[in-house]
Design a protein around this ligand. Structure first.
Ligand code: ATP
Ligand code: MG
Length: 567
């Protein structure tokens, strides 16, 4: 592609709304442009990278036995009612009416449509197993779209759905897709970790997230240095802490704390540490409200709460008491109390008094209140020990680029997607579903692969392999050579972006670094002086001056070596 004919609008300044490096660089290097919050146009370079990723994903997913279909973005309400998710999904599901007043939604995921399809088309065990996939648009009306392609509202997802005869076969399909995901992220060249995860709105009983390691990641992941297991921190089992109880419990007392509502404010007013203060949170569930109590220095994990209590819906209850959150407490109120293990070590601590402006001090467990359930309820944090083997947990941040779910019969049962087994009995198919965020994977790659000057694309996703830079378009000898190298490389199957613009060398080098193609091939002074052209790797791993006729050979050698490095 010739830059003089392409739309590659590079920018010197970071866009104002960009917080993370991938968002800044993808805009500045001319890959994407924003249309509305969380909604983007892919420019030529962005679309090329999307194409590279989609081709790689297709290859691996099809190697795993999946076949491609395409399902609609616009879906009727009835389908979502049949699975029970029309009400359950919340505001991320964008619902609307057509001119006949019929209700529809924009699909945030496709379990309903695909299950209905299989229900209608698959009758016999002979047609199973079946893995269907697509790479298509999703719409989720995210509360805070941000970070560019990372948390968009309209985005591309590769989603696959497996249908099997039995649980054992379905687990096999899950494992096959899990391995395909490992191959995909390894071939891109990413540093990632597969972690055990919550199933969220998709549901099911077993799930793994593929997390790309990056300090800007929104997820926390915990890894045990001893048993080597890894989890999303909201699910990582934390070992019961051992308590030292140096003091003897004092008689509890109600004290005035005024407007102090947060843990930090109460800690300041009473001159205490947050870990001496109980954090009490009212959680609304399908079985009514619960009071979840954790130590003030810890964060409640809703997925752990759900598992401990055995509920599927749980969110912070708003305005049930009329009190500010920090003034609620477990003493003398009616809701069932579920407390984190660490609460059992509280002695002479502090709790909200369920009365505006007051807290209890000298609160001890179990003297002053008792929990119906004591459980592991908090996000794992640095210093915690592994709940499986007691080894030390280490925490890092990740970007969730993919997730696999074992669904069982969560959709096939209510939607009656059944088949006839070999004995003529009707059975629901056993399902799994598997997603990869295409745009998010591109953003995550940039988060891991960049320097101060711009992006460093791995060969796997680079929109072009080579940036051919003609430094002076006015010198016809150089221009002729550049033109002929451009044609020759393309004839050899190398993707070339040709900077044939009438720009200063400084501008061209700057843009080449910003766009970040793996190799730069520069035609300039050295050709006139010594008959040589320069090949330079964007990651500075080598620079070589070669006669033009050797350029193709050297470039091929570099690209195949990189390709092999990522398997
Ligand atoms: P998150 O927890 O980040 O909101 P999710 O767990 O709801 O994501 P899934 O339903 O597992 O997402 O979707 C599969 C994949 O789709 C995710 O792993 C992610 O890569 C991608 N994805 C999800 N939401 C978005 C979004 N708003 N923007 C871009 N990609 C997304
Ligand atoms: Mg997910």
């Amino acid at each position: 592609m010739k830059m003089s004919r392409a739309l590659i609008p590079t920018l010197r300044e970071d866009p104002k709304d960009a917080e993370v490096i991938s968002h800044k660089l993808l805009v500045r290097a001319g890959f994407i442009r924003k249309v509305a919050a969380g909604i983007y146009t892919m420019l030529p370079l962005g679309l090329r990278t999307l194409g590279k990723l989609m081709a790689l994903v297709r290859e691996e997913i099809e190697r795993a036995g999946a076949v491609e279909i395409q399902m609609p973005l616009v879906q009727p309400k009835e389908l979502w009612t049949s699975s029970g998710r029309w009400e359950f999904y919340g505001k991320e599901l964008l619902r609307f009416k057509d001119r006949k007043d019929q209700e529809f939604c924009l699909a945030p995921t496709h379990e309903e449509v695909v299950t209905e399809l299989v229900k209608n088309e698959v009758r016999s065990y002979r047609q199973l197993p079946l893995i269907l996939y697509q790479i298509h648009t999703k719409f989720r009306d995210e509360i805070r779209p941000r970070f560019g392609l990372m948390r968009a509202r309209e985005f591309l997802m590769k989603d696959a759905y497996s249908f099997d005869l039995s649980e054992a076969c379905a687990r096999q399909s899950y494992q096959t897709m899990y391995s395909a995901y490992e191959r995909i992220f390894r071939r891109i060249g990413l540093k990632f970790e597969a972690v055990e995860a919550d199933t969220g709105a998709i549901g099911g009983s077993l799930s793994h997230e593929f997390q790309v390691l990056a300090p800007t990641g929104e997820d926390k992941i915990a890894r045990c240095n001893h048993c080597k297991k890894a989890w999303n921190a909201e699910l990582a089992p934390v070992a019961k802490p051992a308590f030292v109880m140096p003091e003897s419990p004092l008689r509890k007392e109600k004290v005035k704390t005024g407007d102090a509502a947060t843990i930090e404010e109460v800690a300041v007013v009473l001159g205490l540490h947050p870990e001496q203060i109980l954090k009490s949170l009212l959680i609304q569930t399908e079985r009514g409200p619960y009071l979840a109590v954790v130590r003030g220095d810890r964060i409640l994990s809703l997925p752990k709460f759900k598992r401990s209590v055995g509920v599927v819906e749980a969110e912070l209850a708003q305005d049930l008491t009329g009190l500010p959150e920090g003034q609620i407490g477990p003493i003398g109120q009616a809701w069932p109390v579920v407390a984190d293990y660490s609460v059992a070590g509280i002695q002479n601590g502090v709790a909200g008094a369920n009365e505006p402006g007051y807290h209890w001090v000298n609160v001890s467990y179990p003297l002053d209140f008792e929990a119906q359930t004591l459980a592991d309820l908090t996000l794992a944090q640095e210093g915690d020990c592994c709940g499986v083997c007691e080894g030390p947990l280490s925490l890092s941040r990740g970007i969730e680029v993919g997730q696999v779910f074992y669904l069982g019969t969560k959709y096939s049962k209510p939607m009656e997607a059944v088949f006839l087994d070999a004995d003529g009995n009707k059975k629901p198919t056993v399902m799994g579903c598997y997603g990869i965020g295409i745009g998010r994977t591109i953003a995550a790659t940039v988060e891991q692969c960049h320097d101060d000057q711009g992006i460093l694309w791995p060969v796997s996703l680079a929109p072009f392999a080579v940036h051919l830079v003609l430094l002076d378009t006015r010198q016809s000898e150089l221009a002729l050579l550049a033109d002929s190298l451009y044609s020759a490389l393309m004839a050899q199957g190398v993707d070339v972006l040709y900077d044939d613009r009438e720009e200063r060398p400084g501008v061209k080098f700057h843009d080449a670094d910003l766009i970040g193609l793996p190799l730069r091939l520069t035609i300039g002074k050295k050709y006139k002086e010594k008959g040589l052209v320069e090949i330079k790797a964007r990651d500075a791993s080598f620079t070589e001056d070669v006669p033009p006729e050797d350029a193709g050979k050297r470039i091929h050698a570099f690209l195949s070596q990189q390709g092999m490095a990522n398997g």
